[in-house]
Design a protein around this ligand. Structure first.
Ligand code: GLV
Length: 294
């Protein structure tokens, strides 16, 4: 049986697939594959499934988010879909914490200032940063990564945490000093944060997005940042990756990171192993380890 891997994948993905006795093909034509290991930049829709063929049994996403996959189209063809939950929770929450601190402490802006030769030496008021202790962190989407960021912010930073479960989103937006997004991308979460929602946030608030780009209306965010109706935003994901809205690039108060949430060596290797094990388990008849139901 053939396993098709959409893009070069960290160890031990290929080794796990080969140890299961599968012929492995990385990239190229997916036609004839029995199992697919897909990166989040691989669209898996009805067209793709037709190209692969009716023998396909499993699509294992190398990500926890599955918005690149038409799950209904897979299930209609009895193709199992899996993702990589849990193994990336720590890395993603750590990255959210890095974005939080980066925005609050003006890390990238200060770096740019030094490199541009604009640092005039120590001064009491060149850049004013944000103290986080005692401030309120609002988590939108209290899943695995949201809970882990909340724990780290409480323990390490002394922040208070509120969340969209049970509070209405509007209350979280109005009360939080930092709003962090952790929802999956679905039709109902597309542009969850637009002009109206940004207008509810405090002028001193920071917005973090480590979920998926289209959860935020980037044009509306750029306007809010430029007009300083919110203080700052830190983004690991973008509406149209790798293109970033030009108005955002012009905002000194936007911290930008190139979708690195799960990029630690430990996590990428654990994701590679889990995705490959899902392909092998389904093809060998053992059933998926981490199936996605919808
Ligand atoms: C990364 O973005 C993931 O969903 O795993």
């Amino acid at each position: 049986m053939k396993a098709w891997v959409s893009h070069p994948t960290p160890d031990p993905a290929v080794a796990v697939l080969e140890a299961a006795g599968l012929d492995v093909q990385v990239g190229g034509d997916p036609a004839g594959a029995d199992g697919v290991l897909a990166h989040l930049i691989q669209t898996v829709d009805a067209d793709f499934l037709d190209r692969v063929g009716p023998q396909l049994q499993v699509v294992a996403n190398f990500a926890v988010g599955t918005n690149n996959i038409d799950i209904a189209a897979c299930h209609a063809r009895s193709v199992v879909v899996t993702n990589t939950p849990d193994v990336l929770t720590a890395a993603v929450a750590e990255h959210a914490l890095a974005l939080l601190l980066g925005a609050a402490k003006h890390v990238a802006e200060g770096d740019r200032m030094i490199r541009a030769g604009k640092w005039i030496g120590w001064s009491a008021n060149q850049i004013q940063t944000v103290e986080l202790r005692g401030k309120t962190l609002g988590i939108v989407g209290m899943g695995r990564t949201g809970r882990e960021l909340a724990r780290m912010a409480e323990v390490a930073l002394g922040m208070n945490v509120i969340s969209s479960r049970p509070l209405p989103l509007q209350d979280v937006l109005a009360q939080a000093d930092v709003v962090s997004l952790h929802v999956p991308l679905k039709p109902e979460t597309t542009h969850l944060i637009g002009a109206a929602e940004l207008a509810l946030m405090k002028p001193s608030a920071i917005l973090l997005n480590i979920a998926r780009g289209p959860v935020v209306d980037e044009a509306a965010l750029a306007e809010a940042l430029a007009a300083r109706t919110i203080r700052a935003a830190a983004l690991d994901v973008f509406e149209n990756e790798p293109v970033v809205h030009p108005a955002l690039l012009a905002c000194e108060n936007a911290v930008l990171s190139p979708h690195l949430g799960s990029a630690t060596a430990e996590t990428r290797s654990a994701m590679a192993r889990l995705a490959a094990e899902n392909v092998a388990a389904v093809l060998l008849g053992d059933g998926p380890k981490t199936p996605v139901s919808r």
